[in-house]
Design a protein around this ligand. Structure first.
Ligand SMILES: NC(=O)CC[C@H](N)C(=O)O
Length: 493
C-alpha cells in the first residue's frame, strides 16, 4: 500500500483548517480510502480521552469521526493545555509530562520530533491517506526555527501543502501573498494550492482577484468555499462559541465563563435541543433569571473559584440555588459546588485549601495522579433532575486530578463519586460529554419545561447522529466548491 498525504496550513488561527481537514477526511473516506487525520501539536483546553485513557485534542476527534475511525492519541501526539497565565501542561502521546513555562517548552519542543515521527509513521504504515493539519500561521517568523507543527512538519512528512485563507475577516489577498512570500524558497515549492474559505456573495466578483493572485504566487486557487452554518467544532483558540444563542420564550441557560474554562464542547449537545437559549456569563449582573446555571470544567478550579467569589457570581449562584434554579456542575464546576477543595501538592496553585460554594456536602483533594479515562456506567438511585433514569446506560470521559468524597446521593453504580443529585434542582458530575447522553439532556430539560408549564419533548436525535449529519453537509459543500480532481492530483506519494 502506497501512502499519500496532504497538509493543510492556514493564513491565521481560525482560518478553517480543522474543518477543511475534517471535510477532506470525510470525502476521502466516502471515496473508499482509509484515511487518518494528524496534527503534531495542538494548543487547546478542549481535550478528549481515548479508549486507552490517553488525552488528545478534540479537533482530531471530529476528524477521526469523519474518517470513521476510532480517535487515538497518535493523531495528536502533543497537546498543550494552558494551566495558569504562565504555565502550560505538556501532554505527550496522551499523557501529561508536567507543566512548563513558554520559554522552557520553546527550548524543549524540538526534542519531541522523534515522538512526532513515531506517531506519524504509524499512520503512514496503516492508512492509505493522511491529512495533516498545521497550527496557527506557518510564517510566525520569530519562532520559525523551533517549528514542529507547520512547514517543518510538511518537510518531515514530505507532504504537499494547501493554504487555507479566511476571506471573512478581510485582507485575503494580502494574507495569501504575504504568507507565501514569507516562506523560504524550498517551503514555497511545497505549496500546491490555495482554498479561500468563508466567502459570502457572488464568486464571479472574486474571479479577477483569483487570477491575479495565481499569477503573483504561481499557486492555483483550488476552491472557494461559501460561508456556511455547518455546525462542526473547530479549534478553540479563536472561537465564536461564546456568542449567545437565542430562542424566544425558551429555556434560558447561563454557562459561567470561567477564565480557564475547559471542555466547553460539553455544551454543544444543549445547543441542538429545542427551545434552548444559551448565554455565557462572566459577571453577576449578566445573570437574568435563567432556568439553568452551569458551572463548567476548568483547568484551574481553585483560581477560577477564587475569581467567581471575588466577582460576586458565587454569591448569586448560592442564592438562586435556594430558589429552585437548576444548578449543574461539570468536573471543575462540580468540585466548586462542594464544601472544600484541597491542593496539598500545589497542583493548581499555591492556595492549599479553599472553601467551595457549599451547595453540596463534598470535599475534593487534588491528587498528583491525573485521571484520564473514558466512562461507561449505569444510572441508579435517580431522583430530582434525573428522576426516571434508573438503569439507563451513560457514557462520556473524565479528565481531572481531583478526587471527591462526601455524603451526597450518588447516581451511578460506581464505588467512587462520579455523579450526584441533590434535592430537585442540583446535578453534578465528573463526566464530560454528559449532555451527549440524549436521555440525560431530555430529562433535565423536560424537568425545566414542566416547571415552566411548557409541553414536554419526546426522544430526539442523539448528538452523534447530529454530528454525522453535519459532517455530511460539510462534505457536500466541499465537493461542490473544491476542485477534487485537482486535490487528488496534489496528494503526495
Ligand atoms: N476538567 C476539569 O474540569 C478538571 C478539574 C480540576 N482542575 C482537576 O484537575 O481535577
Amino acid at each position: 500500500m502506497k501512502h499519500k498525504n496532504l497538509m493543510i496550513v492556514g493564513t491565521s488561527s481560525g482560518a478553517g483548517k480543522s474543518i477543511t481537514v475534517a471535510g477532506l477526511c470525510r470525502i476521502f473516506k466516502k471515496d473508499g480510502y482509509t484515511v487518518c487525520p494528524f496534527k503534531s501539536q495542538n494548543m487547546a483546553l478542549n481535550s478528549f480521552v481515548t479508549k486507552t485513557g490517553k488525552e488528545m485534542g478534540r479537533a482530531q476527534v471530529v476528524q477521526a469521526l469523519a474518517s470513521e475511525i476510532e480517535p487515538e492519541a497518535f493523531m495528536n501526539p502533543i497537546l498543550l493545555k494552558p494551566t495558569t497565565d504562565r504555565k502550560i501542561q505538556v501532554i505527550v502521546n496522551g499523557k501529561s509530562i508536567g507543566n512548563m513555562s513558554g520559554i522552557e517548552y520553546g527550548r524543549y519542543k524540538t526534542s519531541l520530533k522523534p515522538e512526532i515521527m513515531k506517531s506519524y509513521n504509524h499512520i503512514k504504515d496503516n492508512y492509505e491517506i493522511s491529512v495533516i493539519e498545521g497550527a496557527g500561521s506557518p510564517v510566525e517568523i520569530n519562532i520559525k526555527e523551533e517549528d514542529i507543527a507547520n512547514m517543518k512538519m510538511a518537510e518531515m512528512a514530505d507532504a504537499p501543502v494547501i493554504l487555507v485563507a479566511d476571506i471573512d475577516r478581510g485582507g485575503v489577498f494580502a494574507s495569501i501573498y504575504g504568507t507565501i512570500m514569507l516562506l523560504s524558497e524550498n517551503e514555497r515549492k511545497r505549496v500546491k494550492g490555495v482554498i479561500i474559505n468563508k466567502f459570502r456573495g457572488d464568486v464571479n466578483i472574486l474571479k479577477p482577484g483569483l487570477k491575479e493572485i495565481e499569477t503573483l504566487t504561481g499557486v492555483p486557487v483550488v476552491g472557494v468555499i461559501p460561508y456556511s452554518n455547518v455546525d462542526i467544532e473547530d479549534e478553540d483558540s479563536v472561537t465564536e462559541r461564546f456568542n449567545s444563542l437565542k430562542s424566544n420564550n425558551g429555556i434560558k441557560i447561563a454557562i459561567i465563563k470561567l477564565k480557564h474554562i475547559s471542555n466547553f464542547t460539553d455544551f454543544d449537545a444543549l445547543k441542538i435541543a429545542k427551545d434552548v437559549s444559551i448565554k455565557y456569563v462572566s459577571s453577576p449582573h449578566e445573570l437574568d433569571n435563567e432556568d439553568i446555571i452551569i458551572l463548567p470544567g476548568t483547568k484551574n478550579t481553585i483560581d477560577d473559584l477564587k475569581e467567581i467569589k471575588d466577582n460576586g457570581l458565587a454569591k448569586e449562584i448560592i442564592k438562586v440555588s435556594k430558589n429552585g434554579t437548576t444548578i449543574i456542575g461539570i468536573c471543575g464546576g462540580f468540585q466548586m459546588l462542594g464544601d472544600k477543595i484541597k491542593d496539598p501538592y500545589g497542583i493548581e496553585s499555591n492556595i492549599k485549601e479553599i472553601p467551595g460554594l457549599g451547595i453540596l456536602e463534598l470535599e475534593t483533594i487534588m491528587e498528583k495522579e491525573k485521571n484520564t479515562r473514558q466512562y461507561e456506567g449505569k444510572l441508579k438511585n435517580c431522583s430530582g433532575l434525573l428522576a426516571g433514569l434508573n438503569d439507563e446506560k451513560i457514557n462520556g470521559y473524565e479528565i481531572h486530578q481531583g478526587v471527591t468524597f462526601g455524603t451526597e446521593q450518588k447516581v451511578t453504580d460506581d464505588d467512587r463519586i462520579v455523579a450526584v443529585v441533590k434535592g430537585d434542582n442540583i446535578f453534578a458530575t465528573y463526566i464530560h460529554g454528559i449532555f451527549d447522553n440524549e436521555c440525560v439532556t431530555r430529562n433535565i430539560l423536560n424537568y425545566v419545561r414542566s416547571r415552566k408549564g411548557m409541553s414536554l419533548e419526546e426522544k430526539g436525535i442523539s448528538f452523534d447522529e447530529y454530528r454525522m449529519l453535519e459532517l455530511d453537509k460539510l462534505e457536500k459543500i466541499m465537493r461542490e466548491n473544491i476542485d477534487m480532481k485537482k486535490i487528488y492530483e496534489i496528494l503526495g506519494d
